[in-house]
Design a protein around this ligand. Structure first.
Ligand code: PLP
Length: 432
């Protein structure tokens, strides 16, 4: 028995399912999760000291590569002056200033410790600001695990829960809470128009992933985003962009900089903390000023703006802002995707690919999907075989067909070539 098996058995005794977040489990693909012992650049090593090329990168944050020397140094320096004060620091101002300048829609920002907190707080703020209860979300979008957002909430829940129509995606969420959450199909402009026509004066907010990354990767149609902007403005609702995944991942200014639409509030996380527990929400000053201590919307956090996390975030944002970072990242990611596609074609396996910046999707279907319904039609059996074949070859993919994948700047041409070679072998294997 290998060390991963030994650790998994030990873990399952004291941690439900042996993991501290369900997406780390191998339930959909079968087998034993790999326990990571160390990581560097595009690689991590498991408990048996086997090396893998990492295509999850902590589900997004590690865009500069694992254990980037400059980030490690910044974190060590910050840690030496203690980890937390419960009083403000200059670093928080610097990080806030930097994000406000990179994302012009954000005039003010409040830091929290997880994406879940960011979206939960943004919703509360939108409700407090508008004095309304209803929120609109889209099928397959994940916005963290706050009660009111756990309705048709994408990959993790899709992989594990038995989600029935019009019910919360998780047990333990009261129907009374989710009755204020209206769920529409992603990219369905007509459905959005219809709901605003019917209940526009009761809707506090529309929350969406401007590039959906929690039902594999699905791009929003321009007319869908334009309609969301127009309808929320017309009806006095708040447009919330959940860029926890896409912020600083698809471009320096996030998805909103690529799509030319200005949201009222934006939620950030993942890359902005460089792998430390750090997230934020921000936007129009008029709305943000409703937050305590200025306004009546309460929101707080003992570890919010944590100085060690701020140091990691600041250094990460400095690295991604360097000349040519995203051009290089996007180029390498596209090269990886076209390599995978070619390998699948050689084995005559129906396969489609897509990517934006350092985020990618591949689908065992013949065309790139545009909705949650289409994503769920992909060939899960083929994915499972591919996943395990790649794992054997030393390439670590997300253990679910419904997740997006992530590269870093250290996934250079040589690393991409290794992955494509592994894919060629894997596709040949599953063809048999
Ligand atoms: C990861 C993610 C979240 C939740 O962030 P956590 O830090 O895991 O709580 C919210 N929204 C989106 C779009 C995400 O990808």
């Amino acid at each position: 028995m290998g060390q991963n098996e030994v650790l998994f058995e030990r873990a399952q005794k004291v941690i439900p399912g042996g993991v501290n977040s369900p997406v780390r489990a191998f339930r959909q693909v079968g087998g034993v999760p790999r326990f990571v012992s160390k990581a560097s650049g595009p690689y991590f090593w498991d408990a048996d000291n086997k090396r893998y090329i990492d295509l999850i990168m902590s589900w997004g944050p590690m865009i500069a590569g694992h254990a980037h020397p400059e980030i490690v140094e910044a974190v060590q320096k910050a840690a030496a002056t203690s980890f937390s004060f419960g009083a403000p620091t200059e670093g928080e101002i610097e990080l806030a200033e930097r994000i406000c300048s990179l994302m012009p829609s954000i005039e003010q920002i409040r830091m929290v410790s997880s994406g879940t907190e960011a979206t939960m707080s943004a919703l509360r703020l939108a409700r407090g600001y508008t004095g309304r209860d209803l929120i609109v979300k889209f099928e397959g979008c994940y916005h963290g695990h706050a009660d009111s957002l756990l309705v048709k909430a994408g990959s993790g829940l899709l992989t594990f829960a038995d989600s029935t129509q019009n019910a919360p995606s998780s047990s333990g969420v009261p129907q009374d809470v989710v009755k204020h959450t209206l769920v529409l199909p992603y990219n369905d402009t007509a459905a959005l128009e219809a709901i605003f026509q019917k209940q526009g004066d009761q809707i506090a907010a529309v929350i969406l992933e401007p590039i959906a990354g929690n039902m594999n990767l699905i791009k929003a149609k321009p007319e869908f985003l334009a309609a969301a902007r127009k309808l929320t403005s017309q009806h006095g609702a708040v447009l919330i962009y959940d860029e926890v995944m896409t912020g600083f991942r698809v471009a320096l200014g996030g998805a909103q900089s690529l799509q030319g639409i200005t949201p009222d509030l934006t939620c950030l996380g993942k890359v902005m903390g460089g792998g430390m527990p750090m997230a934020a929400f921000g936007g129009k000053k008029e709305i943000m000023s409703k937050l305590a201590p200025l306004g009546a919307v309460y929101q707080a956090g003992t570890l919010s703006g944590n100085p060690v996390a701020v140091a990691a975030g600041l250094k990460t944002l400095e690295i991604v802002a360097r000349e040519g970072f995203y051009e290089c990242l996007a180029g390498q990611t596209q090269k990886l995707m076209s390599g995978l596609k070619m390998a699948a074609d050689q084995a005559s396996i129906p396969f489609a690919v897509d990517s934006v910046g350092g985020m990618f999707g591949f689908y065992f279907t013949s065309a790139v999907p545009t909705s949650f319904a289409e994503v769920t039609q992909s060939n899960i059996e083929a994915f499972k075989h591919f996943f395990h074949a790649m794992l054997d070859e030393g390439v670590y993919l997300a253990p679910s067909a419904y997740e997006a994948g992530f590269t870093s700047i250290t996934h250079d041409n040589a690393v991409v070539d290794q992955i494509v070679k592994a894919a060629q072998k894997s596709f040949q294997k599953i063809q048999k």
